[in-house]
Design a protein around this ligand. Sequence first.
Ligand code: GLN
Length: 485
Amino acid sequence: MASIRELHQQLVEKERSAVELATETLERIEALEPQLHSFLHITADLALEQARRVDAKLAAGEAIELLEGIPIAIKDNLCTRGLPTTCASRILENYVPPYNATVIDKLHAAGAVIVGKTNLDEFAMGSSTENSAFGHTANPWDTTRVPGGSSGGSAAAVAARECVVSLGSDTGGSIRQPASFCGVVGLKPTYGLVSRYGLVAYASSLDQIGPFGRTVDDTALLLEAIAGYDPKDSTSLKTEVPSYSKFIQPNLKSKGRLRVGVIQETFGKGLDPEVETAVKSAVETLQELGAEVQVVSCPTFRYGLPTYYILAPSEASSNLARYDGVKYGMRVDDAEDLVEMYSKTRARGFGPEVKRRIVIGTYALSAGYYDAYYLKAQKVRTLICQDFQKAFAQVDVLVTPTAPTTAFKAGEKTDDPLSMYLSDLMTIPVNLAGLPAVSMPCGFDSQGLPIGVQLIGNILQEARLLEVANAYEKATDWTQRHPKI
Ligand code: GLN
């Protein structure tokens, strides 16, 4: 499947209609889903209706925008009016929201064609999509392996060409780590750039919605469509949204010198040697393209993981208190009284990882432990932000591997939550500091699995990040390779 610009050209030149494009996409989804299970719901009727609208415009001789008629998939923790939004949880199995997330309204306004809602780890808690209550998603490069998580369905769908682009959410790495495992581009925007209204909350001070694409340009175009101030999200930033795709220049020197910092703490013990080699060679390519490379140190980076696993569960324990069988979703009725109804509903509705986090978070917030855990973690969070700012005083863009390994086998880490958590070692500090970061393919390991490199920018430096990512993409051919599925 082609890029957004190529498809746009085909639509405008009437080489194919939007309905044909939607139909082909839906057929591909139907053919691949038995192997992949990227989707929880396929929205064929909606997709065809949206595509017909685009064709009507074209037939009337009206101009269409770039995203009009483009098939897109949506992570199933984004509220879609009239369509199921389950968060891959039993507790929301039958939930159909009466409203759209702001990003969904924006996509409708842009004319994108929504083909379905994608699988995820329950409430976006996990790194492999194995915590979904509705079955696993397979990695299109090797179906015995996980696609990463929690936005595993969105990453797998883009990699397998079941859609052109997709939306995910990223609280500690849930866009970037699956992008890395599936060999696609994934971007976590600056906290506040994209409205969180209608994103089912996991850890509100960390959550961001972001795009997946097979190329940097596709990813930039989708970011442009969803970014911007929204009065319905109190943490939304009042900022102009630049035209990211126009910023992209293949020559890195076009806007003065580019200083790239390699974070030394992300290399060494625990890092797969093949990942290390590929990321180091990506840094050399950036150097050949004109970047000045230096090694920088972020000593507090290693406290990111423990800090996150206090703060994120604390916020989750509070956010998930609303699922009590009264207002939304599932309710267990065979209870003597209200308290028993609450506890039976929550006991049956939530899966084990969600329960684990609610327990950890409740403990960390309890009166006797609040200062020792939650308050301390907040202080460490500030130190991590300061370390990043020191690094950005010296360089424009930071580079790390996205994940310590390539995609692991399904079932390999399900009994060991700690080793699962380690998957997000390099992505989590970025959320704690609210920074933008992109993961893009930078090679393959000896088993043919994609490797991802992470580029981190300072607050609201998405345009710069995408420019660097684009220059790297044009100098290599990694984003041209697709799984043979
Ligand atoms: N894998 C991390 C977690 O389990 C991050 C998840 C996310 O970004 N939503 O919490």
